[in-house]
Design a binder for this molecule. Structure first.
Ligand SMILES: [Zn+2]
Ligand SMILES: [Zn+2]
Length: 176
C-alpha cells in the first residue's frame, strides 16, 4: 500500500488519512485459513513530525480458520492497531553497500513522494494471528477411533471402550 505524501511533505505537523481495502496475504505457513470472509480494512494516518513520518493505523478482517485439533472451521475476528516512525532515507544511506543495508537494523525509511506501508500492515496482521488456531480454548479434538468432533458430545466408542474407572463403575451397577 503506497501513500502519496506530497501534501504533507514540507509541512511540519501536517497529517493525512487514508482508508482502503487490501487483500489478505497467504497465511498458510502460520494458520490454516478456511476462508477470507472480508478483505483487510485499513485506516492509516500519517503525520509529518520533525523526526520523520509517524504512521498510526488500524486493520480489521474476518477470517474463517481451521481448528488444529478438531479441524472444524471457526470465525476469527482480527483487529490490530499499529504505529511506526518512518525516517527519510538520506543520501548517505543510499551509498551503503547492499550488505550494510541488509545487516543494519535501522528504522524503516521512505524516499520520494511515496510511503510504502504494506510491510507494516502485513506484519501487524501476522502478529495478531493465534500461535495455534483453536475453535475453543478447551477444544477436545477428534475421537481417535471414529473421528467425531468431541465438542459435540462423546461418541459411542468412548462409552463402550472405556476407561477402566468407568468399566469398574459399570460392573458395580451390574452387581446391584
Ligand atoms: Zn476445535
Ligand atoms: Zn469415537
Amino acid at each position: 500500500m503506497q501513500i502519496d505524501i506530497r501534501r504533507i511533505k514540507g509541512m511540519s505537523s501536517g497529517s493525512l488519512e487514508v482508508s482502503t481495502e487490501l487483500p489478505v496475504p497467504d497465511l498458510g505457513r502460520i494458520v490454516e485459513v478456511d476462508q477470507v470472509l472480508t478483505p483487510l480494512q485499513v485506516n492509516v494516518k500519517v503525520t509529518n513530525t520533525r523526526t520523520g513520518l509517524y504512521v498510526e493505523g488500524r486493520l480489521e478482517t474476518k477470517l474463517s480458520l481451521v481448528c488444529t485439533r478438531c479441524l472444524t472451521p471457526f470465525l476469527y475476528d482480527v483487529t490490530a492497531d499499529f504505529t511506526e516512525l518512518f525516517m527519510q532515507q538520506t543520501s548517505a544511506a543510499s551509498n551503503q553497500s547492499e550488505e550494510e543495508i541488509f545487516f543494519s537494523e535501522e528504522a524503516p525509511s521512505y524516499k520520494g513522494d511515496q510511503l510504502d506501508v504494506t510491510e507494516l500492515i502485513y506484519e501487524s496482521l501476522l502478529l495478531e494471528l493465534p500461535m495455534k488456531a483453536l475453535c475453543l480454548d478447551q477444544c477436545k479434538g477428534l475421537c481417535s477411533e471414529c473421528g467425531q468432533v468431541q465438542n459435540l458430545g462423546a461418541c459411542q466408542c468412548k462409552i463402550d471402550k472405556t476407561d477402566p474407572r468407568l468399566a469398574s463403575l459399570a460392573d458395580l451397577f451390574k452387581k446391584e
